[in-house]
Design a protein around this ligand. Structure first.
Ligand code: NAD
Length: 363
């Protein structure tokens, strides 16, 4: 297989690239703009592999995308490039609209132009796998689960931009016959995750004896999936998924944020004991505006149709992840010292009193 992967220098993209280059010997064209969230160190193990080529390019650049399609002549595209941090989307939504919506549009159009020049057989085999999130479904009631037919109800600038891109992908299938498939996956964790996201942030703050910020009461539920399980799901879907379909991907591991943080503290205390238990570092801080209360995926469709199962339980996956951060300080230290040191993002600035007042009026 010759595959274009966008966002392949990010957390999930780099895990997918490493797997497909090393374990499947697929030919990968890795297209990434190298934003703050990218890290070429995550690709060190494949950077000189003959079946991996890196293209430093912006998915919003139509001419660059056309040139890459013409050069690679791919059998598939797996589209992961995106702005991904909800807190950053609250402070500045423009980049999210640009990359996640306009960039996806540019890529779909480049794929459509490319497909129009393929013969029937190659066009029939081509796949455009659009990688999205369960956050597009909004917040669930206790005990409920997201299925593929759950209505969209995005509530943050990030999830709204991903929802728009999902609709573009399905519209390009319905209108132009572009063979798109969309996946909606729950929260990922694992090695090489940029330390602004909950799990690596807590691991590194705990390691350095810094406060462990928990938003609000910490009772928000997220459904955690090891990144390598996401990678096997995406691989199976690009090979065997049905075009025009969506697949929910989740690890059947819904858990309150506070429990996740306590898990990490226990794993770290076991691996690197300290004088005081790390859970003493937990502090409850102001909640994220519009924070969704509960996400939980029903992955029955991908399990029954494609035989996909997770290989990592949360308990072993989190212990392995904590161990990876302990053993790979050279990966995260430059990020903590230079790119992002752990400060709070995503609080409302001057608009806050107006919004608070509006909420009060509504109530
Ligand atoms: P990430 O932030 O770690 O990586 C995103 C990558 O995209 C970076 O390497 C960045 O440089 C690149 N990128 C950003 N803008 C670009 C542009 N305009 N052109 C080219 N490259 C660009 O993200 P991630 O956590 O690996 O997520 C990857 C995808 O999976 C995203 O689409 C995200 O919405 C989706 N997703 C993530 C999660 C999760 O828990 N992390 C869960 C479900 C779905």
């Amino acid at each position: 297989m010759k595959v274009i992967i966008t966002g392949g220098a990010g957390f999930i993209g780099s895990a997918l690239v490493r797997h497909l280059v090393r374990d499947r010997a697929w030919h990968i064209a890795n297209v990434d703009k190298l934003t703050y969230a990218a890290n070429l160190e995550s690709l060190k193990s494949v950077s000189s592999a003959p079946n991996h080529r890196f293209f430093p390019a912006d998915i919003c650049d139509a001419a660059a995308m056309d040139a890459i399609f013409a050069d690679i002549e791919p059998d598939a595209v797996i589209h992961l490039a995106a702005e991904t941090h909800v807190d950053r989307s609250i402070n500045g939504s423009a980049e999210f609209i640009k990359t996640n919506i306009l960039g996806t549009h540019v890529l779909l159009e480049a794929a459509r132009r490319y497909c129009s020049n393929l013969n029937d057989g190659a066009r029939g085999r081509f796949r455009f796998l659009h990688v999205s999130t369960d956050e597009v479904f909004g917040s669930l009631a206790p005990g409920a689960f997201f299925t593929e037919s759950t209505a969209y109800d995005p509530r943050s600038p990030y999830s709204a931009s991903k929802a728009a891109s999902d609709h573009l992908a399905s519209a390009w299938y319905a209108t132009y016959g572009l063979p798109t498939i969309t996946t909606n996956c729950s929260n990922n964790y694992g090695p090489h995750q940029f330390p602004e996201k909950l799990i690596p942030l807590v691991i590194l703050n705990a390691l350095e004896g810094k406060p462990l910020p928990v938003y609000g009461d910490g009772r928000q539920v997220r459904d955690w999936l090891h990144v390598d399980d996401h990678v096997t799901a995406l691989t199976r879907i690009v090979e065997h998924g049905r075009v025009g379909q969506t697949y929910n991907i989740g690890g059947r591991a819904p858990m309150e944020n506070i429990a996740v943080v306590e898990h990490i503290c226990a794993a770290l205390d076991a691996l690197r004991p300290s004088r005081r238990p790390r859970r003493d570092l937990i502090v409850h801080v102001e909640d994220r505006p519009g924070h969704d209360r509960r996400y939980a995926i029903d992955p029955a469709k991908i399990e029954s149709e494609l035989g996909w199962r997770t290989e990592h339980s949360f308990a072993t996956g989190i212990a392995d992840t904590v161990r990876w951060y302990l053993e790979n300080e050279d990966w995260w230290r430059p990020l903590r010292d230079g790119v992002y040191s752990g400060s709070r993002l995503g609080l409302l600035t001057p608009a806050a009193p107006i919004l608070a007042q509006r909420a009060g009026n509504a109530a």
